[in-house]
Design a protein. Structure first.
Length: 91
């Protein structure tokens, strides 16, 4: 949480370091969603009983965050690629 808050403050201040800090945190969020879904599936298969809300809440919540994180990562990377100088290929 402190790293997320620090990255958020730096992005708010338009510091490039904020984007540098945020990118790996966003990628971590992207990978959390399938892991939580698979962990829940394995627990159910092992006989752990959950209510529908206990199963759907984390999966939908983290899934939503993962989709948003994916959109933001794509946006950040596309902006980085736009800023790179064009390479000329000589033959």
């Amino acid at each position: 949480m402190p790293a997320v808050a620090c990255a958020g403050v730096l992005i708010w201040q338009r510091s490039p370091m904020g984007y540098l800090m945020a990118l790996p945190l966003l990628v971590l969020e992207i990978f959390l969603a399938p892991m939580i879904g698979l962990q829940t599936l394995q627990q159910v298969r092992s006989g752990v009983r959950f209510s529908t809300g206990e199963v759907m809440g984390p999966i939908v919540g983290f899934g939503t965050f993962a989709v948003l994180a994916t959109v933001i990562v794509i946006h950040i990377i596309s902006n980085i690629l736009e800023k790179l100088p064009a390479r000329r290929i000589s033959r």
